[in-house]
Ligand binder design. Sequence first.
Ligand SMILES: [Zn+2]
Length: 94
Amino acid sequence: MAIYRYRCETDGARDVVRPIGTAEDTLDCPECGAAMPRVFAAPMLNLGSSSARSLLERTERTRERPDVVPAPPPAAGRRSAPATNPGWSRLPRP
Ligand SMILES: [Zn+2]
C-alpha cells in the first residue's frame, strides 16, 4: 500500500491509500465533487541501516524514560577458587 496525494483547488490536499500502481490520475473531491489531480511528492522513504535506525530510536526512547533495572548485573568472570590444571602436577619442578 502507498499513500497518494491529490489536491482540490478549493479544499486542499487529500491523501488516499491505494495499492502500489493502482492510483488514478484524478479523483472526485468528496466535499465539492470537483476533479482533484494527483500531486507527486517525495516518497517517505526510511533510508539508513537498520542498526543505526534502531540505535537512534532507542536513544530517543531512553532520553525521556530510561530503562530501569531491579539489580545490578551479575559480576562476570569472578571465580570462587583459582583455576587449576591437572597437567601442572606433571611439570618438572625447580
Ligand atoms: Zn473539493
